[in-house]
Structures are given as C-alpha cells and as structure tokens.
Design a protein around this ligand. Structure first.
Ligand SMILES: CCCCCCCCCCCCCCC[C@@H](O)[C@@H](N)CO
Length: 273
C-alpha cells in the first residue's frame, strides 16, 4: 500500500471558528506550534485579540450563524494568509436541561450555532478547496452526538446532525480531494464547560461521570494527529472510540445501564434530606 505523505503544516493555512477560547483556541495554538499560518474567527474582538496576538495568528470577528458575515471574514483572512487548507469548525455551545424546562428558543439557538454554524463554515471554504483539489474539514460533533445523553435534548441532536452532515458531505467532496473529519470531544475543561455544568440536572451529571473530562490541549493534540493521519473520525477517550466504531449496535446495550444510573440519580436528588 502507498505510504501517506505527512501533512505539511509549514505550508498550510489553518482556519478555526470558535477559535478565541476552549478547544478552538487550543487547536489554533497547536497548529501554530507546527508552523502553520493560523486564522481564528469568533464573535468578540477582545478575546480574539487576546488569543491571536501572542501566537501570531490572524483574526477576524464574525458570527458563524450569519453566512454572509462569515464569508466576508473568510475572504479577508484568505487575502491575508492564502487559501484555506484546513478548516476546523469549533464554534458551539451546550445548554443542558430537562426537555420541558429548557426555554424553547434554546433549541433553535443551539441548532443555529452548532449545526448551521458548521454548515456555513464548510460552505465558505469548500468551493476553493474543491477547485484546488485538496483540503481538510474538521467538524465538531460530540460524544453526545453518538449516544442519547439525558439532559441534552437541545444539544445532542445538533451534534448528531453535524455527524450526519460530515457523512453525507464526504460523498460529495471526498472524490475532489477534500477530507471531511468529525471530532467527538468528551466533556472538556473549557470556560464554556463551567457554564454548562452550572445548569446540568443531577441525572446528566451522573451519566457524564462515565467519562472523565479532558483538557482542551488533549483534544487539540488529537485533532492534529487526526489530520496528520487523514482520519475521518477523531475520538479522544476509549469509550467514545467504541461508540464511534460500534454506532447502532451499542445503543441497546448501553441504554439499560444508563437508565439505572439515571434512576439512582433522580431518586437521590428527590429523596427528602
Ligand atoms: C458501559 C457503557 C456506559 C456508557 C456510558 C456513556 C456515557 C456517555 C457520557 C457522555 C457525556 C456527554 C459528553 C458531552 C460532551 C460535550 O460535547 C459537552 N460537554 C459539550 O461541552
């Protein structure tokens, strides 16, 4: 079998959406450390500047839910640092809660940001990648996009949608030389995770406990290794790796185990003290 040519980071222009903090910022730093030209896109100018300037990255402020604004930012960054070779779509949020207690607009806002934000980012860079016959897209799903997790009725479907987007898109752009990869981070220690934790129902905390949170740098290192190896699936922890491999076979096995954990957590949280 022909040996893969290692990815040439030194000649690459890497763009990261949601790049001003958390996983996005860690990925930007890791790509920069490999010698890539890095551009980061996020909404707030101050956090962007604070992340970009110390590592010598370019930045542009844009909201990934606004396709026109995002396209302008991508065009500007491509004028500055050359065509985008790698797009890592990290912008996203998780707003857990019980289905009937989550405000209805949060279902829509999470779908707009997590799913449509990935769609808009991919559409902004794909015409160029396809015409050049090369490129890497990394779209961020989640462990919670692979398996139903209690308390994530608003979030999980957005990440399942990202997973499906990548699978459908790969058929179209793979033959043109573009690799479409899906990243499945478990709980990751980021500023967003602190906010998420503050609103998790106890049963979500109980189930999430099955996987120990990882650092954003660990996720970033997995992204870099995944691109180096041309992987289509980038999972970090062993449990998520099993879920990614086994997909639908695992769900019926896992469901009764999770149901017991949830039952115990509910009973403990409603027991009189
Ligand atoms: C023997 C099988 C047990 C299976 C247990 C599966 C538990 C799965 C726990 C998933 C935790 C949720 C992961 C969400 C991760 C992030 O996407 C989220 N925190 C966003 O910030």
């Amino acid at each position: 079998m022909a040996k893969r040519t290692p990815f040439d980071w030194q000649r690459a222009h890497v763009m990261v959406t949601g790049g001003s903090q958390g996983i996005g910022a860690a990925v930007a730093r890791a790509a920069r450390a490999r010698g890539a030209a890095v551009s980061i896109i996020a909404r707030g100018e101050e956090p962007l500047r604070a992340t970009a300037e110390p590592i010598g990255a370019a930045w542009a402020s844009a909201d990934v839910t606004d396709p026109d604004g995002l396209q302008k930012a991508v065009d500007e960054l491509e004028r500055r640092s050359g065509p985008c070779d790698v797009l890592i779509a990290c912008a996203g949020t998780a707003l857990p809660g019980r289905f009937l207690e989550v405000p209805i607009d949060e279902f829509e806002s999470q779908m707009r940001l997590n799913y449509l934000g990935a769609v808009h980012a991919a559409r902004a860079v794909l015409p160029g990648m396809v015409s050049r016959g090369r490129g890497h897209l990394v779209l961020t799903s989640s462990t919670a996009g692979m398996i139903g997790v209690v308390g994530y009725t608003g979030y999980g479907p957005t990440k399942a949608a990202v997973h499906q987007l990548a699978h459908c898109l790969r058929y179209e752009v793979g033959p043109a030389g573009v690799t479409v990869a899906v990243l499945y981070p478990p709980d990751t220690d980021t500023p967003g995770f602190e906010v998420e934790n503050s609103r998790k129902p106890p049963e979500t905390v109980a189930v999430s406990g099955a996987i120990t949170p990882v650092s954003a740098d660990v996720v970033a290192a997995a992204v870099i290794a995944g691109i180096d190896k041309g992987r289509h699936h980038i999972a970090i922890d062993p449990l998520t790796r099993v879920l990614v491999r086994a997909g639908g076979i695992v769900e019926p096995i896992v469901r009764p185990i999770l149901a017991r954990t949830i039952g115990k957590a509910r009973a403990a949280s409603t027991a009189p003290s």
